[in-house]
Design a protein around this ligand. Structure first.
Ligand code: 5RP
Length: 235
């Protein structure tokens, strides 16, 4: 089974998981190739939900194409569940996210949700976060100072270019990758994140940082993870 098939498998498992929820709720939907598998699997059952809130323009487009109702998060009072992928997840459910550049909206929707269901294949499970470069979304004019501050953490900081993202949305490759919010992304490689909550708090305090792609406060409540033997569910 290749990685695409594993993503499809866990997308289908997430569909089965959310169909156990009472009908008529709003569902939060994440971004990325695994989240796309989930959206496609859920499409025939879209009427089970009164609507969705989306974590990126790409996800909104996909949801609308399938006929889901997409709501403005400001119009949603209660969001029981958010389903999204991850770039890395540790045994406590802390995650690195933002490989696709959608970290800020993902964190907003995750903070609204009562439960976060993380869906991934087993390659995303790690003992300690940091092998995947940590994305930090910033206000463009703060690039210099935020780069200096992030370098103090001991990693190597680089500005994400449009060509570096897996979800290149037709941007010019020689230009910085621009997020849905007009921000830029600094990727910090070479960190060993032994205190995810502490590091998340520390990076959030740097002026110019919009969001760090460390999801410790908003960690996963349920993990659905696929491997060649099937899908495991962990809480
Ligand atoms: C996007 C994300 C994604 O959830 C993360 O990058 C995982 O993506 P994929 O399912 O394609 O591996 O955080 O910003």
């Amino acid at each position: 089974m290749n990685q695409d098939q594993l993503k499809q498998l866990v997308g289908e498992a997430a569909r089965d998981e959310v169909l156990k929820l009472a009908a008529g709720q709003v569902l939060g939907v994440g971004t990325g190739s695994t989240a796309n598998c989930f959206i496609d699997a859920l499409a025939p059952h879209k009427h089970h939900f009164s609507g969705t809130v989306s974590s990126s323009n790409a996800t909104t487009e996909r949801l609308l194409k399938h006929g889901f109702k997409v709501l403005d998060p400001n119009d949603v009072d209660v969001l029981p569940t958010y389903v999204d992928g991850a770039d890395e997840i540790d045994p406590a459910g802390h995650m690195i996210k933002g490989g696709g550049g959608a970290l800020t909206r993902e964190k907003i929707i995750a903070s609204m949700a009562k439960q976060f269901i993380c869906i991934c294949d087993a390659s995303k499970q790690v003992a300690v976060l940091g092998n995947f470069a940590l994305p930090v979304e910033i206000i463009p004019l703060s690039k210099g100072i935020v780069t200096q501050e992030l370098a103090k953490l001991g990693g190597t900081v680089s500005l994400r270019m449009a060509k570096d993202t897996r979800a290149d949305l037709g941007q010019t490759p020689s230009q910085p990758f621009v997020t849905d919010n007009g921000g830029w992304i600094l990727d910090v490689a070479g960190l060993k994140i032994t205190n995810p909550l502490g590091l998340e708090t520390q990076i959030n305090q740097i002026a110019g940082v919009i969001t760090v792609g460390l999801f410790a406060k908003e960690k996963a409540d349920i993990l659905l993870v696929s491997n060649v033997l099937g899908v495991s569910r962990m809480t």
